[in-house]
Ligand binder design. Structure first.
Ligand SMILES: [Zn+2]
Length: 852
């Protein structure tokens, strides 16, 4: 055929060369760029970004990229903004307009305002189809020949996050490529379908980022939501995967709905569901709606955007970390990555189409939502007051930092006033005196729905079948004295007063003193330790210079720190400033009441070497929470030791060993447990959390017993049941509901503390814990029952009827002296998801204070 070319008429040659030039200009498909069809292989994160960059470079008038941060492992986090050629240059104006619609920015909307839809992919790292699908979605948006997408872009701005959790995704993809058979093996028993510990779902610190939207403890969430809050999209969709046997899920969602979701939001979720249905029906794809995925817990990728005025969507494809390139299902079909990609692409298209076709209505309702928030806030309470006194200043600061991240407005009362309010500590309505320096969060503000959801004492639960914790009220989480007020109360002083901290007037004091109240005080201690400053702690309350100091106060004497010379004062003063804590000083070691600073009850705090168990058997989440606590929250070295070689580690190199929740029968066999015990007896400190504590029940020398439901009560209940001949006629359809009677899903309980024990230093008589398990214990006979539940300590949240008994007269925090060492039992995990701020000092006490 080649030689016939010269016979072609000239115009044909010109026509052909034009075709070649056009093809070169044409944007490459994912297949052309990557060299394989999407679905034939998993794509490394760096290659995904290469393609995203390529598309942006080919369509610079319609796509703009923003690197909004980096992951803990240093991978870039990127957003792609896609708009029409008219709209892309005015993105900043559009963003400002949208904030004006929401009332968080003042002024009038300028020019034509498009609707804004935000699509988030792959927040769960091993739900890996999302990031493959997004390449196709972005191609369709970039391709000028796709008239459908170009039409949508006329009145819609699309923001895509191609991979919310690159560290988790890469953990999965790297492993899969190593484990997979050539071309993939669809047998479910193949290695490639059985992901090893810890799995790719969570991020670097093994946090589930789809439980972190509201708490924002992880840098991925913090950086992403700072941008999100500057946009406030009207539609947000979060792309997930579920078990391989389920086909596809989209809205309508399942119950329970949080009562703060508006009728419009419910209705439009269903509308987007209708658009999805039409795509899925046309292709004869299976799907389900109204099951499993509820809208209650506020920290998901659908609920949190919903409480920020968006239509929040969850999409779930069957597959997850199990499906690989292809897997046989029980129904005899083969689920392929290619199928999974097609479904998520379709759902992305349906979401953009729905947004574009209903853009006017969406914008109108968005504005109405925020107007109602500002002028007619929902709920029984109109303001929340946090007392300035009686809370550790650090706890209030932690709360205001959190409110800043959420862009929730607050201020200070500015004058003394009073009114009726709900007291979070007592759980009762009472009259409240508001002081001028108290913090006030009014419900009359653009984000009042979010305020209500985060602060209301009791979240109304439509139905108890829910996926997650049922209680999270912020005053309990931050450990602050607070009131929910029934009357409108506006802060007089919206400006946040600069934190004023006390600084000592004596130049070269005998000792510096710091009260022990919050995580900041602990950070101050660990920084001092790292800089070689010797610190003591008062075991009992004392009075000096007419000031009262509670047990736990840090005493930093000049004596013992001579080797630091003149640097001693500047180190202590600078660190106090850095942590914004009050620093006092005294010229004498003599106290007017309590023990003098040279007394044996003023303990020197040795800098502990801390070991932390990790690996197969340990819950990755529980381990990650402790790991994150040390590295990111208090910045203190911790040595993670894997269960595979734990037996061979010389424990005398460490002072503290932490066992996060997990299954320990393999790693702590009889002989290894003996080694651990003899290390404890010679002065080691063992901290056993949740199921790690439960593992020690009944083991020799450990004084821990499981709390069983009251025997007599149980018998009585049984007798009663026997009277009823129809008791066994249970309804099959109710089986899920009956199982719930055995559960506590994360509810707040008041824990009574022995505040004289070092484990409770810095706390009063009570501590509000988020209890998530009925794994409680009997009171210790040999040791100290530092934190206990008595009768009626339930505060708020869902608790199954059958286990209420186990959550009475039970041990939550215990310390058992053993030889020269200590065993600390925690039935509750104060570091759960890193957001229960008020538990963090308690964990610090366990590591740094108890047994010193
Ligand atoms: Zn997921």
């Amino acid at each position: 055929m080649r030689k016939s070319l010269k016979w072609l008429p000239v115009f044909m040659l010109i026509w052909m060369s034009m075709q070649v030039a056009q093809a070169q200009q044409r944007i490459q498909t994912p297949e052309q760029f990557l060299g394989y069809k999407l679905g034939e292989q998993f794509t490394f994160h760096s290659r995904v970004l290469d393609y995203v960059n390529y598309l942006a470079s080919q369509a610079p008038k319609r796509i703009k990229l923003q690197e909004y941060g980096k992951t803990y492992e240093g991978r870039p986090l990127v957003l792609a903004y896609v708009a029409s050629e008219e709209n892309l240059p005015r993105l900043e104006e559009i963003r400002g307009n949208n904030l004006k619609l929401a009332g968080v920015q003042q002024g009038q909307v300028q020019g034509n305002q498009p609707a804004i839809v935000w699509l988030s992919y792959n927040i769960h790292g091993n739900e890996s189809v999302s990031t493959e699908a997004v390449m196709q979605v972005l191609y369709e948006l970039a391709n000028p020949a796709n008239t459908q997408t170009q039409n949508w872009l006329k009145n819609t701005v699309v923001i895509l996050d191609p991979c919310v959790n690159p560290d988790g995704r890469e953990r999965y993809v790297q492993w899969y490529k190593q484990a997979a058979a050539q071309g993939g093996n669809a047998m479910p028993y193949a290695w490639e379908h059985n992901e090893p510990w810890p799995g790719g779902r969570p991020n670097h610190y093994y946090f589930d980022l789809n439980r972190d939207w509201a708490w924002q403890t992880q840098i991925e969430s913090k950086q992403r939501l700072a941008v999100y809050n500057n946009w406030l999209p009207q539609v947000h969709a979060d792309f997930h995967e579920m078990g391989v046997e389920a086909p596809y899920y989209f809205s309508p969602a399942a119950k329970p709905f949080h009562e703060s979701i508006t009728p419009w939001q419910r209705q439009f979720q269903n509308t987007i569901g209708d658009y999805n249905r039409s795509y899925f029906d046309k292709n004869n794809w299976l799907y389900f709606t109204r099951e499993s995925f509820d809208l209650f817990y506020p920290s998901y990728g659908d609920t949190w955007p919903t409480f920020n005025g968006a239509i929040g969507m969850t999409y779930e494809q069957g597959g997850s970390g199990r499906a690989g390139l292809a897997i046989k299902t029980q129904s005899g079909d083969t689920l392929t990555l290619t199928d999974r990609i097609a479904h998520h692409v379709a759902a992305s298209m349906a979401t953009m189409q729905a947004t574009s076709e209903k853009a006017d209505q969406i914008k109108q309702e968005f504005r109405k939502y925020y107007e109602n928030n500002l002028n007619k806030p929902g709920g029984n309470y109109k303001a929340f007051v946090v007392k300035a006194n009686g809370n550790g200043a650090g706890n209030v600061k932690a709360l205001t930092d959190y409110l800043d991240r959420q862009q929730i407005q607050y201020g200070y009362a500015g004058k003394n006033t009073s009114g009726r309010g709900f007291n979070y500590s007592t759980g009762k309505e009472e009259s409240v005196k508001v002081g001028e320096k108290d913090l006030v969060i009014s419900m009359y503000q653009p984000k009042s729905t979010l305020v209500k959801v985060l602060f209301e004492p009791n979240a109304a639960l439509e139905d108890s079948l829910t996926y997650d914790i049922t209680s999270w009220a912020m005053p309990y989480a931050f450990g602050v004295q607070a009131y929910a007020m029934k009357k409108k109360l506006e802060p007089q002083n919206k400006q946040q007063a600069a934190a004023t901290i006390a600084t000592p007037t004596i130049e070269k004091p005998y000792a510096y003193l710091v009260r022990w109240n919050s995580l900041q005080d602990l950070k101050f201690l660990t920084e001092l330790m790292k800089q070689g400053v010797k610190v003591r702690m008062a075991e009992k309350a004392f009075e000096t210079d007419k000031q009262q100091y509670a047990a736990g106060t840090l005493i930093i004497t000049r004596t013992g720190n001579e080797k630091l010379g003149d640097k001693f004062d500047s180190i202590v003063r600078d660190l106090a400033k850095k942590q914004t804590i009050d620093l006092a000083a005294t010229a004498t070691g003599f106290v007017s009441s309590g023990a003098d600073f040279g007394s044996g009850s003023v303990r020197y705090l040795k800098m502990p070497k801390v070991a932390l168990m990790t690996g197969e058997g340990v819950s990755p989440y529980a381990f990650g929470e402790v790991w994150h606590y040390f590295e990111q929250q208090i910045n203190y070295p911790v040595t993670a030791i894997n269960t595979t070689y734990f037996k061979n580690v010389p424990l005398h190199e460490f002072d503290v060993l932490i066992l996060p929740s997990g299954a320990y029968s393999k790693v702590l066999d009889e002989q290894t447990l003996e080694q651990v015990k003899s290390w404890v007896k010679s002065g080691g400190k063992l901290i056993a959390m949740e199921s790690a504590a439960a593992f020690l029940v009944g083991k020799k020398d450990f004084d821990l017993k499981k709390k069983e439901a009251d025997k007599a009560e149980e018998e009585k209940a049984k007798d009663k049941k026997e009277e009823n001949p129809y008791q066994y006629l249970k309804t099959y359809g109710d089986r899920e509901r009956e199982a719930l009677a055995e559960e506590v899903q994360g509810s707040v309980f008041r824990v009574n503390l022995d505040k004289s024990h070092p484990l409770a230093f810095g706390y009063g008589d009570t501590y509000f814990a988020l209890i998530r398990s009925s794994n409680t214990f009997e009171y210790l006979k040999e040791g100290w029952n530092v934190g206990v539940l008595k009768k009626n300590n339930y505060t708020t949240g869902f608790v199954g009827s059958a286990i209420k008994e186990k959550l009475q007269d039970a041990l939550i925090l215990g310390a058992q002296p053993m030889g020269d060492g200590q065993v600390i039992y925690m039935a509750d995990n104060p570091l759960f998801r890193g957001f229960w701020h008020s538990g963090k000092l308690m964990f610090g006490n366990a590591v740094f204070v108890v047994g010193q």
